[in-house]
Design a protein around this ligand. Structure first.
Ligand code: 13P
Ligand code: SF4
Length: 371
């Protein structure tokens, strides 16, 4: 998706790191508690040092919803996270994204038109009243609104299991919300969670939005419990079973931690699978002297290595794999945003229109209730 972030004024592009830190610090001192800065774990260190709260996408959405005292929320993360914060915050609060081009390529793999087309096509071969749409947090507000309007919920990597349990009730302990799930946009999180809940290969099919009926036969749609949208994260899809094998060969006692956006062939080889927050907790819990290989974004891996000098921590992929959109947010953009607020100018405000926000809020609040 194209969003237009203009070039920053020269004051910021030519400033030294020390100058930028001084400007951010003095704006912070003047603005005080009026501004809450949220930092996702994949942000650069020069941004994270200013974060009032760090978190995974679930934790940050909860913090945004809880902190009614902050007038401005500067979201150092990507566009869908800032949109979710705008939906969950009160009318007197404004959410700012320091660089408008900080999007998410995975979120862009499902757009509202293709999802509506898929829904219509599914309606021709199946009872859509019994299909529960689940969208990963990594999606536009329009998709969250679609899900809210059709009885579904949002999920994140830390609660996908709970949300799919609510939707399908695989253990038959209560009332399932439906018989099938259309899960978008990340096929890997959907598949990994499906296997985790006991579903087999035959219960899951991939929906290719570019093909008629997702590239499936009517019988496939009728048989499948999980219809997985053909989307992926280009950062996490890079990790392969070969990376895990190479790490294990070198460190037979090593610990492998992976994010559930990785392919299932990688996830099955891991010692622990979880969201960014859960990877952090697993590192903290590992005994001193451990060697840990991690499959997730490189800024988080490097920060963990710095914060735990008693453990040997490395990325499983020896070729660095940053998230290029998270990386767009830097100290220069932060200084520009903060100084704008000092001057009474709200830059890069993210606003979701009321109709979309109302429906998307249903799907987000359902997630918060389930978890
Ligand atoms: P978390 O919810 O684990 O923070 O993941 C967000 C994300 O975009 C991972 O690529
Ligand atoms: Fe999107 Fe992947 Fe970046 Fe996460 S790491 S924000 S899923 S592109």
């Amino acid at each position: 998706m194209i969003r237009l972030q203009g070039a920053l004024p020269e004051r910021y592009t030519s400033a030294s790191p020390e100058e930028l830190a001084e400007w951010i610090g003095s704006a912070k001192a003047t603005l005080g508690g009026r501004v809450l800065l949220l930092g996702h774990h994949y942000q650069r260190d020069e941004v994270m040092v200013w974060a009032d709260a760090r978190g995974d996408s679930f934790g940050l959405s909860r913090t945004a919803a809880a902190r009614r005292d902050a007038e401005f929320i500067v979201f150092c993360g990507v566009h869908f996270m800032a949109e979710s914060a705008d939906i969950l915050t009160a009318a007197h609060q404004q959410v700012l994204l320091p660089d408008l081009n900080a999007g998410c390529s995975m979120a862009d793999m499902a757009d509202i038109d293709s999802v509506e087309e898929a829904w219509e096509a599914l309606g021709r071969v199946s009872d859509v009243e019994r299909i529960v749409p689940i969208t990963y947090m990594n999606s536009s507000a329009a998709l969250k609104a679609f899900v809210g309007a059709h009885g579904g919920a949002v999920c994140t990597s830390s609660n996908a299991r709970a949300v799919l349990n609510w939707a399908l009730d695989p253990k038959g302990t209560g009332q399932a919300a439906g018989d099938k799930v259309l899960f978008f946009p990340d096929q890997h999180l959907g598949r990994n969670t499906g296997f985790d809940l006991g579903y087999g290969e035959d219960d899951m099919v991939v929906w290719n939005p570019r093909l008629e009926l997702g590239g499936l036969e009517d019988a496939d749609v009728k048989r499948a419990t999980l219809l997985l949208w053909r989307g992926h994260c280009s950062v996490h899809q890079r990790f392969s079973p070969g990376h895990v094998a190479a790490f294990r060969a070198e460190h037979p006692d090593g610990i492998v931690l992976v994010h559930p956006e990785c392919a299932h062939e990688v996830v099955v080889l891991a010692d622990h699978v979880g969201s960014t927050d859960s990877i952090i907790r697993a590192v903290e819990a590992a005994p001193s002297g451990s060697t840990i290989g991690i499959a997730t974004e490189i800024h988080l891996v490097k920060r963990l290595a710095d914060e735990h000098p008693d453990k040997r921590i490395a990325c499983l992929d020896p070729l660095v794999c940053p998230c290029s959109t998270m990386f767009r947010i830097d100290a220069a953009h932060l200084a520009w945003i903060r100084e704008g607020l000092l001057e009474g100018e709200v830059r890069n405000r993210i606003v979701v229109d009321e109709e979309t926000a109302g429906l998307a809020r249903i799907a987000l609040e359902r997630m918060l209730e389930i978890t």
